[in-house]
Design a protein around this ligand. Structure first.
Ligand SMILES: [Zn+2]
Length: 304
């Protein structure tokens, strides 16, 4: 998918959805990400170079040192300072190095991410989805939509089976660019992380002016309560908080996921969720309780 960037006094620029690049670019131009990482097809490199040139950014093609010559795709770093690009490229594939700080992630979030990553089980099996860790570090909510990382599928533990799940999720959401559905391109340490919020605010402010279509897509997908089980199983609700521990909803919204049909049907059959504290969520229809959601269900309220 393509996006148009508009800066006053300049002709519009086209940016491709090279993964999450349109959002990353906004964060870079807003001054919150000194370096951006992007994969492009070899034949697309001149287009990326033209775009960077028009925006006063440099780019550096790099790659894993022990890899044979890359085939069709190139790994590129983009940013204002060529020296920072070089330093970041040299550290990228160093064992046990996390490039997060070079990419502008808040220090608290890098430390939290490393603790989650290092806590993985045998064969790299994640102990839990990183979102559960972020949620545990947060208060009860509601949370700012700009920190919604439910659809941010980067920097997770990935396996071959996940690619197939990702394709199935894409098939459920035709016309929706799943790669760009986040304002901050990292996992926050908490949904109240002050530094993530500051950076999200700067990115969002620029995005609304320079890429309003992208901003509109993000607002209509991110700013809702989400029932969450894992990265591939969630339900976005057109909901509003009615009282402490109670939400009224009228619909399930995109993006759609691979959540079990039984759970989806239970939620679709209700119009209200209730919980006492962090206890199980109950689904109500009018004055009747129609069921309970599994205990591991999280309600992440990104309604503000
Ligand atoms: Zn943080």
């Amino acid at each position: 998918m393509d996006y148009t960037l508009s800066f006053s006094g300049k002709p519009p620029l086209r940016v491709r959805s090279w993964g999450n690049f349109p959002v990353e670019l906004m964060a870079s131009l807003a001054g919150v990400k000194p370096v951006v990482h992007v994969w492009v097809e070899t034949q697309e490199l001149p287009e990326l170079e033209r775009l960077c040139g028009a925006l006063g950014l440099s780019q550096l093609v790099f790659g894993r040192p022990d890899d044979p010559k890359p085939g069709g795709r190139l790994e590129v770093l983009v940013g204002k300072d060529p020296r920072q690009l070089k330093d970041t490229s040299e550290a990228w594939y160093r064992p046990h190095s996390n490039p997060g700080r070079a990419l502008g992630y808040p220090d608290c979030c890098v430390r939290s991410y490393d603790a989650w990553f290092d806590g993985a089980g045998p064969q790299g099996t994640p102990v839990e989805d990183i979102i559960r860790r972020t949620w545990r570090n947060s208060g009860p909510g509601p949370f700012p939509f700009a920190l919604n990382n439910v659809f941010y599928h980067y920097s997770r533990r990935w396996s071959a089976g996940n690619d197939e799940k990702r394709r199935r999720i894409a098939a459920l959401n035709p016309g929706l660019d799943l790669n760009v559905l986040n304002v901050i391109p990292w996992h926050p340490c908490s949904y109240l992380c002050a530094e993530s919020l500051r950076k999200a605010g700067a990115t969002w402010s620029l995005m609304q002016r320079a890429a309003p279509a992208l901003a509109a897509t993000l607002k209509t997908t991110l700013a809702w309560p989400v029932l969450f089980w894992d990265w591939s199983r969630f339900l976005v609700l057109q909901a509003a908080r009615a009282a402490p521990g109670e939400w009224r909803y009228t619909a399930v919204r995109p993006p759609f996921s691979l959540v079990e049909e039984e759970t989806a049907a239970l939620v679709r059959g209700g119009d209200r969720l209730r919980t006492a504290g962090r206890g199980p969520l109950e689904v109500w229809k009018g004055s009747r309780r129609v069921g309970k959601l599994p205990r591991e269900t999280l309600l992440l309220d990104f309604g503000v």
